[in-house]
Design a protein around this ligand. Structure first.
Ligand code: PMP
Length: 322
């Protein structure tokens, strides 16, 4: 679907997957007006297909668009575009369980020009790819590197938007994590370098027995849809859930005195990933016993059961496509 200044959204098309041709002076290539989303379609037990909370992705896409001075796509149009692609590619939605069809809606500037200003034209596109189970060999905890040198987002920046530039800026820290033998980066706040923000492409949760805490949304982390869903699911299951600030010392101390029992990360791709160990310039430690925790696995199952249709969708989160 195209957007042109003065004309708005027009020319919706469903076409076979193919390369796009780009002018070398396309404004996106130079000034990074590019935003995206990620969501999944799951096969349901009756053979139908359903996406998980696409309206929430649509709203976050609008928030990202506003932050990047781009036009907002109506929520219905976003959802209809995803529906049209899933219906077309229904045969590609895997048959069972955690397997899914991953959808990647995105929008970028298409105007050609070298001046730094918002583009007058944009293209909104949705592509899809079948996704296998994230942990085919069983859920395995990840090791994380606390990034004390680089930050992902600063107050007033684009941290709460799902824009391409945030990911470009994170790559060097991800490479450092790999150099330290870690799977993922954990980001700290930009001002005090003290507060835990998020992990790679996932939000974090800290489990203190029956009490579950996730870093509050400060404007510098992405408001994850999995994160929001787990706040609800954990409360449904009787856990005491809160959003607050958690420092590196809280993590270290809670781990040392045993009050912090589990840590996990959550996001569309892996749903829930246990965090097994931490490395940083000021010390390394194992989280709990380094194995996937009981609460982590219980929440993971509860959410996946809703997504795959094994449990009742009490919150009306599944968008059925027939
Ligand atoms: N944080 C970042 C930086 C991400 O890229 C993602 C993935 N979209 C998340 C958190 C998790 O968000 P969601 O649960 O909506 O996938």
């Amino acid at each position: 679907i195209r957007w042109t200044e003065g004309r708005g959204w027009h020319d919706a098309q469903l076409v076979p997957y193919a390369p796009l041709s780009i002018d070398p002076a396309n404004m996106t290539l130079h000034y990074a007006q590019a935003i995206f989303e990620g969501l999944k379609a799951y096969r349901q037990p009756d053979g139908s297909v359903a996406t998980f909370r696409p309206d929430e992705n649509a709203r976050r896409f609008q928030d990202s668009a506003r932050r990047l001075a781009m036009p907002e796509l109506p929520v219905e149009t976003f959802v209809e575009a995803c529906d049209a692609l899933v219906k077309q590619d229904k045969a590609w939605v895997p048959g069972s369980g955690e397997q899914s069809l991953y959808l990647r809606p995105f929008m970028f500037a298409t105007e050609v020009g070298l001046g730094v200003r918002p583009s007058n034209e944009y293209l909104f596109v949705v592509i899809a790819s079948p996704a296998g189970a994230y942990f085919p060999g069983g859920v395995k905890p990840v090791s994380v590197w606390l990034s004390q040198e680089y930050v992902r987002a600063a107050p007033g920046g684009t941290g709460a938007a799902k824009c391409a530039g945030n990911y470009a800026a994170s790559l060097v820290a991800q490479a450092q994590a790999a150099e330290h033998g870690c799977d993922q980066v954990v980001w700290l706040d930009a001002v005090e370098r003290r507060w835990i923000e998020e992990m790679g492409g996932m939000n974090l949760y800290f489990v203190y027995g029956n009490r579950i805490v996730t870093p509050r949304l400060t404007g510098t982390l992405l408001p994850g849809i999995t994160r929001a869903s787990l706040l609800q699911i954990a409360a449904d299951l009787g856990y005491e859930v809160s959003e607050s600030r958690i420092s590196v010392d809280d993590w270290k101390d809670g781990n040392a005195d045993g009050s912090l029992t589990e840590v996990f990360a959550c996001g569309t791709a892996a749903v829930i990933t246990p965090v097994g160990s931490v490395k940083s310039t000021t010390g390394d430690w194992t989280v709990g016993d380094g194995q996937p925790g009981e609460v982590t696995m219980k929440l993971r199952k509860a959410l996946l059961d809703i997504q795959t249709g094994a449990a009742e969708d009490t919150h009306g989160w599944m968008h059925r496509l027939g």
